[in-house]
Write a protein that binds this ligand. Sequence first.
Ligand SMILES: [Zn+2]
Length: 437
Amino acid sequence: MLVHVALSLLAACGGDTPRAPDGPPVSVLLVTLDTTRPDHLSAYGYARPTSPALDALARRGVRFDDAWSHAPETGPSLATVLTSRLAPDTRVRGNAEKLAPSLPTMATVAKGAGRATAAFVSTTLLRRAACAFDRGFDVYDDEMTDPCFGHPAAQRIAVRTIDRAEAWVAEQRAAGRPYFAWVHLYDPHGPYDPPEPAPVLDATRHLVPERRVARNQIPPYQHLSPFREPFSDAADFADRYDREIAYADRHLGRLLAAIDPATTLVVVHADHGESLGEDEYWFRHGNLLHDAALRVPWILAGPGLPRGLAVSGDVRMVDLAPTALALAGLPPLPDAAGNDLSAAARGDAAPPRSELVAEARRREIVGDAYAIDVRWKIRVRSPGFDATVWPASGEHRGCDAGAARGLLERLAPWRVTPPGEAASDESGAALRSLGYR
Ligand SMILES: [Zn+2]
């Protein structure tokens, strides 16, 4: 089994004291954009206007400029987001593995505090049978209606997911019920095939240079016909990726217009990024640990937060739940691995320096593992756990033995914990048929 593990050993961490906001109970709207790079959002300065709704949200809120995911795959990344636990605890080491049944989540905490709870997800990877993320949600809407990967119903495009979420939010507002809602939008994930009418963007202003990519350089799920054999233009892929983001943002804008901004904390992030040619990886993410696959957007807006604040300094998706719960005045997750960054979000403190660990696996290749931090990569050979260590950038050359031992010690919990329960036979078979395993 090939395991990629990423480590960022930055320093000791500090903690912030949660402060409940004054006033009425705060609702939470958590929005996950699948496969969305911050540098392709105009909210983060991208030259193309891909995200007018998020631009407006960032103007009335806070933008973390250096946010990192713990996995370049949907399941493991979101298991950490929902629980503020890392993979050795969530037991979700890859897609189609079920969340450890005993762990509290943002949803169980919110429900325990009296919030109405609902999730609206948009990929078959997040069906309850595949991931068991539904605990704590009164409503877990995982009905897939749209074709993907050659399967007739493996995703749900944003217009339909947002319709469902918008109706549910309107019900809660009409009843005066504070809520916790999680909305996941899958559109930016490949294949890049934006539903019409998708926004049209200026073709001259995207970041990916003109480059011909061969069919065998991109994953099969990105093969759209007609593929201009034997090569296709990378810029064309990038344009369609941007238009998927713009399409998702357009519909997200409807939902953001339907909430009460005075009483709702909005949290927008991505589960992971996407490689658009970095290190010669094209339009993929699932087994990559470079910046393009791990760097994610994170924007918050709501009561008690400053307007238009940009926060620099590394923060992590494991910090999202402690931060959101504190800002909403909800109880903390017990034994959370992340930091409450509410003081940083309010502009009162810099983010504490903290450790980032990320992991990716490729089950089709047996025997190797990789680890990386901001400074180092490690390739670990299973099961003996001997390691080759080299700087994350530059030539492959070893580090000193002491540093290598320190890095390996940090990886030990990741290496001894078995994977979690696999998805049910039916769900697992469906996912395998889609090329996931
Ligand atoms: Zn994903």
